[in-house]
Design a protein around this ligand. Sequence first.
Ligand SMILES: [Zn+2]
Length: 245
Amino acid sequence: MPEGPSLVIFREAVSSFTGKKILEARGNAKISMERLQGQKIRDIRTWGKQLFICLQKTTIRVHFLLFGSCSIGEQTKPARSLRLGLIFSKGAIYFYSCSVKLTEGSIDTLYDWEADVMSDKWNPARARKKLKLKPQTKVCDALLDQEIFSGVGNIIKNEVLYRTRIHPDSLVGKVPPARLTAMIREARNYSFDFLQWKKAFVLKKHWLVHTKKICQRCEFPVIKKYCGSTRRRTFYCDNCQVKYK
Ligand SMILES: [Zn+2]
């Protein structure tokens, strides 16, 4: 599943379609394709792992789920996986195996933009307030909570916890305030590092713990476990990441 920074890269890649008119819409998403035809794109935005194509009369919301993907210019996957294709006089955008829905009303008010770690409106103090309400939640689950850290995915979670030396099974309410501040700060910092490295095709090279075998700080074996209620693949070092509970 693409994490927030990957969506930002895609958004930048399709930003040139802003202002362009949709000549044809096709695909097997359960939305009215006719309704999209003839409408111009007003704006293209991301909120966490969701992409919004704002049209004159409605907004297309795309969520990539586990196996979603997209292509620009040419259709690269078979028709059965094509959820939505938007054809313009010059160029096209295709979405495959995604969730595609239409959203009515202003997305400014529908979504909490202060929760998006990639947004200019990101508000770390609000993230902290939301964490305070969940003292019994494990940090590995809290970082994946899209209402608190929209855009953070599994890789970012693993790297942030390693950077800040917090064990994934730590309870939010037991993590010392300074460590919690570091975790919130790095959720955004690492997301921007991820963005730069991904653009330069060197993201994997910079992983410190994700998919690694040996801790590069203390040379202990890296543990791989499906942690928390989210049961996502977690890599961590039992020796230098402190468990607060
Ligand atoms: Zn270690």
